[in-house]
Ligand binder design. Structure first.
Ligand code: HEC
Length: 209
């Protein structure tokens, strides 16, 4: 009788141990699965961040198409008609500037375009620029209002900095200045234009609020 109670106790005990073992194996499997999922998520994140805010192939193609449209509209290039009054500027845009704006269609997207021409040279005067604008033109900076969804949190502006001949200029790190320029960075087109009065990213007026 004593022996059989002993045997029963041992059988009971080993069943319990068995259950505990099974349970802990199941738990650790679940944990491993969770860990694997978390790692998967972590691996996906860098891919999402890789989308370049500016200077990519699409931005460059769009900026080139935009330059051609501006030439057709005589806003830049040899046949440009000087229809805006040059004024004295300040850094970062140049000694003497002039701005014109109009609606334009680029690759089927119609939007407001603001073109700023930046003139430079020693002792340059407004008269010099009026008399020979092409000679002193150093850069053309533009803002083009693109379709909804392009960059909703920054009013969908597309930025470019061109040289006087339409080549896209680069920043000191070699990135082409076309697109959502320097989005997320503390300096650059977006960071500075964000502070323009009226919340429309333009300093010149608040019409595109
Ligand atoms: C440090 C600040 C700053 C940065 C960076 C900057 N801008 Fe400007 N921008 C201004 C100011 C101030 C004005 C208005 C005065 C003037 O015309 O210089 C202006 C004017 C302009 C205008 C005329 C419309 C307006 O807002 O009055 C355009 C277009 C423009 N900038 C494009 C650009 C582009 C493209 C870049 C980047 C390549 C850029 N800006 C970077 C400060 C900045």
């Amino acid at each position: 009788m004593i022996i059989s109670i002993n045997a029963m106790a041992r059988a009971f005990f080993s069943t319990i141990v068995g259950f505990i073992l099974l349970f802990s194996v199941a738990c650790s499997e679940q944990e491993q699965q969770q860990e694997a999922e978390q790692q998967g998520e972590q691996q996906e994140q860098p891919q999402m961040q890789e989308e370049q805010p500016f200077g990519g192939d699409e931005d460059v193609a769009f900026a080139d198409a935009l330059w051609k449209e501006m030439e057709k509209s005589n806003l830049v290039g040899q046949s440009r008609i000087v229809d805006s009054e040059p004024y004295k500027g300040a850094p970062p845009h140049g000694m003497i500037l002039d701005v014109s704006e109009q609606k334009i269609t680029v690759n089927g997207i119609e939007g407001d375009l603001v073109v700023k021409r930046n003139y430079g040279g020693d002792g340059l005067t407004v008269e010099d620029v009026k008399n020979d604008p092409a000679k002193y033109l150093e850069a053309v900076t533009i803002m083009f209002k693109r379709e909804d969804g392009y960059d909703d949190e920054n009013r969908n502006w597309f930025y470019v900095k061109y040289g006087s001949d339409g080549t896209i200029l680069t920043n000191p790190k070699g990135a082409l200045l076309a697109g959502r320029v320097a989005k997320g960075a503390p300096t650059g087109c977006i960071a500075c234009h964000k502070s323009a009065p009226g919340g429309d990213y333009l300093f010149i007026h608040d019409r595109f609020k």
